[in-house]
Design a protein around this ligand. Structure first.
Ligand SMILES: *Cc1c(COP(=O)(O)O)cnc(C)c1O
Length: 372
């Protein structure tokens, strides 16, 4: 039972083949159509498609003039590039701790880590559930800093009826194959602000405002027309994928209620979770690593999402022991505790009820064996 499996079919193949015959492979109408449709579905004015989510984060930061001397507050329980994108633009990521249960930024801990250099708070919608956006917005507004969303995992998610990605000054979504929809590689940045959207387009295409006139220093961060055409088809599949995942999550939640020592992912009040990940927490008495090993041996490809960023060498090593970044790992007690107790189960949209049942049976058996 593989952890992730893209949902694709002959429609994607046809879209890609159609682009092949047009002769326009980049910077064309497919990208524009993908952007329009993505913006409409996420109820934002502008969307700018880019080569991948990681450069999307960098573009989002650069479009707000975030750079050397600036700090951006991020979680550590995330894919590594949430933090490294901040480094890529020359700014400093500052890690804040998370809430148990929903695994996303704790607004009180974020407030405690603000400094005069803080320019932005960048929450991650962990696993596809919107972070506590009302409280994070309040913290950002009080401090006079930006809220920028790392919505890489949250296509179609909502909180209090409002789409993830439409709360902040801008938001990034990724289309790498582990996400709920994919274009192979790809990303998109959405924003309500026309000037920011213009800046994003310049950054994406070498700063060009006319033929070989480079207004600013930009990059080649374009998505191809093949990927954009595939993206439009994938957007059409999104509601079906999410319905299926939500039904599977409801089933799994019921079955896991019978398994002592395993807590299903918490759902925030008012949240429409899209379950890019299905992450459970084990009681401290259970040996999580042994459970992971057993699950994999039984064919269930469970994994830790994510080994915390602040424990990775570039952030964990102190300056002087060969590290560049300075002070050693940040103090993040909740993140460190959960990183030893959580695991994500396979949860792609193709899973059947029989497969979910098999997964729960295997988990129940290994949890009993590995209680310390
Ligand atoms: C996937 C992901 C990214 C990076 O996106 P890529 O398209 O793989 O570069 C960044 N942040 C989070 C939270 C992600 O899940």
């Amino acid at each position: 039972m593989s952890l992730c499996r893209p949902t694709v079919g002959p429609e994607e193949a046809a879209a890609i083949a159609r682009v092949l015959t047009t002769g326009v492979y980049t910077n064309g109408p497919e990208t524009a159509a993908f952007e329009r449709e993505f913006a409409r579905l996420h109820e934002v004015e502008h969307a700018v498609a880019v080569a991948n989510g990681t450069v999307g984060l960098a573009a989002m930061l650069l479009a707000h003039d975030i750079g050397p001397g600036d700090e951006v507050i991020v979680p550590s329980l995330t894919f590594f590039s949430t933090a490294t994108s901040v480094l890529h633009v020359g700014a400093t990521p500052v890690f804040a701790d998370i809430l148990p249960g929903t695994y996303d930024l704790d607004p009180d801990d974020v407030a405690a880590r603000l400094t005069p250099r803080t320019r932005a708070i960048m929450p991650v919608h962990y696993g596809g559930q919107p972070a506590d956006l009302p409280r994070l917005t309040a913290v950002a507004e009080r401090a006079g800093v930006l809220l920028l969303e790392d919505a890489a995992q949250a296509h179609g998610a909502r909180l209090h009826g409002r789409p993830a990605g439409s709360w902040g000054a801008a938001a990034m979504f990724s289309f790498t194959p582990t996400k709920n929809i994919t274009t192979g590689e790809g990303g998109i940045v959405v924003t309500p602000n026309a000037a920011v959207a213009d800046r994003l387009r310049l950054l994406r295409n070498h700063g060009m405002t006319g033929p070989y006139h480079h207004e600013i220093v930009g990059y080649n961060w374009r998505l191809t027309e093949f990927q954009a055409a595939m993206g439009v088809v994938q957007l059409g599949r999104l509601p079906g994928i999410l319905d299926r995942k939500r039904a599977n999550a409801a089933w799994l939640g019921q079955r896991l209620a019978e398994v002592p020592g395993v807590t299903p992912p918490g759902v925030r009040s008012g949240a429409e979770h899209v379950y890019m990940l299905y992450t459970v927490t084990l009681d401290p008495a259970i040996d999580r690593d042994a459970v992971l090993t057993d699950l994999r041996a039984s064919g269930v490809e469970a994994k830790l999402y994510f080994p915390p960023a602040h424990r990775q060498p570039p952030f964990a090593i102190r300056a002087g022991d060969d590290g560049r970044l300075g002070d050693g790992p940040a103090e993040l007690p909740v993140t460190d505790d959960l990183a030893g107790r959580i695991l994500s189960l396979p949860f792609h949209a193709g899973l059947t009820t029989a497969e979910l049942d098999f997964m729960v049976d295997q988990l129940a058996a290994t949890v009993t064996r590995n209680a310390r």
